[in-house]
Design a protein. Sequence first.
Length: 227
Amino acid sequence: MASKIIYFGHITSYGESGFNSSGAVPAVELAVEHVNNNASILAGYKLVSTPVMDSECDRIKSLDAFFSSVVYATSRYNVIALLGCGCGVATEPVAEISHRWNITQVSYASGSSSLSNRAQFKNYFRIWPSFKDIAPGLVSILKHYNWTRVSFLTQKENLFTSLILPIVYSSDLQLGRLLSIFPSPVVSSSNIMLIAMHFHASISSFVRKDFTAALPKLVNDTTFVVL
């Protein structure tokens, strides 16, 4: 008896925006192969991916990929789940509506803390931890080295500020300066023991160029820089 085919959609980011999660595509293909070769997992069924779509780490393009590969594809595929959609920026709008089509969505590359809101993202699950969950570990490192004065150069998006604010306000660290990059960095501070830089890779060369030029005038006692 022939196996019944069930499909899942797959949306990732191929790196044109600077964020690249497409390295997981071969791993997904290998996992599907193992599932289909093990009769005890999906007996009587064969798991197949629809063509992989590129969200380009963009909200609008991610939604377009979702409707193209999942919603409008139901006449061709029996799509029951979605892997995606790359970065948190691209994942959030899709995760907010995927439950309306009874689609279970799983992500392997989205760290946005807002995605932990089960009331808002009803059928969304992930295997990548929230950036907010990284904060306690980073605080421990700072305290271990006695870095008590911290400044952040960050991109003005929830994806990044959700990591920084808990570090500052849930510990006894002193915030030297919180500088936002949008669209360009403005650096001005003093007596900084740690400078943490946190932003999308797509603007990294731009930020590093301006920051490096300003660094000699920024501080004289900086001991550690995270790029």
